[in-house]
Design a protein around this ligand. Structure first.
Ligand SMILES: C[S@@+](CC[C@H](N)C(=O)[O-])C[C@H]1O[C@@H](n2cnc3c(N)ncnc32)[C@H](O)[C@@H]1O
Length: 251
């Protein structure tokens, strides 16, 4: 599998956080996740497992709201940074395809371009097994992924980046291509760094179509699959750029 972690943002969680943590979309997405938990009756202190937590600012919001949180990411640097920022939250280094944290949860979240990093059908099946293994009966899964049925070439995805810090400045510009046969979206991101240097970052993401996703979920014990295409959770015509999916674990 492609690791998708070669870019300098992944090498520097602090810079990553400076872009996303206070970004309007990131904050709205965090609140949407909380809203989905409340709507589905998952109130504090329900235990929450966040797979691919990154710098964990979303998980920290749920922790603040009173949920009992555990975060997993396969990048050691992300987890070290998250532990430093949020010492009261338990974090584990692990791969969403095979991590086992040794307990079950009432809520499992996997948000923000995590599952897209898993490209093969075989590996996606392993991710589903990870979801199921950690789910209490009735557990709620909240999954976010790019929505190719609404926005195949990622016109709605973030394409302009800017880092304005005293010690570091950079701008980034992204374009996307699609391999339709393999259902892979590739982002080509060019960073312009202070001093004139540039850095190329190529990232490939698996595209998930709604019925395919539903099939993976239902064949791993998840039912009542609901899909939204916008952060406001209003529209369900699936024309939006992202898919926000909830499903309940029925065992
Ligand atoms: C774009 S970040 C999103 C972080 C966080 N979920 C959020 O929404 O802010 C994607 C994260 O997924 C992690 N990731 C990618 N593939 C993974 C895998 N196979 N297992 C665990 N984490 C993974 C990356 O290390 C990265 O931290």
């Amino acid at each position: 599998m492609t690791t998708n972690t070669s870019g300098f943002l992944y090498r520097s969680p602090e810079l990553y956080d400076s872009i996303y943590r206070f970004d309007d979309t990131g904050v709205r997405l965090t609140k949407m996740c909380h809203e989905l938990l409340v709507r589905n009756g998952k109130l504090p202190p329900s235990p929450v497992l966040d797979l691919g937590c990154g710098t964990a600012y979303k998980l920290a919001y749920l922790h603040e709201a009173g949920y009992e949180c555990v975060g997993v990411d396969y990048l050691e640097g992300m987890i070290q940074y998250a532990r430093g920022e949020y010492p009261d939250i338990r974090f584990e280094v692990g791969d969403v395809r095979d991590v086992r944290v040794g307990r079950k949860f009432d809520v499992i979240t996997c948000l923000g371009w995590v599952i897209e990093n898993v490209h093969s059908c075989e590996d996606i099946t392993k991710v589903m097994a990870t979801f199921a293994t950690h789910a209490n009966p009735g557990a709620l899964l909240v999954l976010g992924t790019h929505n190719p049925i609404g926005d195949l070439v990622a016109l709605g995805a973030k394409s302009d980046f800017a880092i304005e810090r005293e010690d570091f400045q950079a701008t980034g510009s992204a374009s996307f291509t699609v391999d339709r046969r393999r259902q892979i979206l590739t982002r080509n991101l060019t960073w312009s760094l202070a001093g004139g240097a540039t850095e190329e970052e190529v990232t490939s993401y698996r595209l998930f179509f709604p019925m395919e996703l539903e099939h993976y979920l239902t064949s791993h014990g998840f039912g009542d699959v609901t899909m939204y295409d916008d952060i406001e959770l209003t529209s369900t015509d699936l024309e939006g750029s992202m898919l926000y999916v909830t499903a309940t674990y029925q065992g």
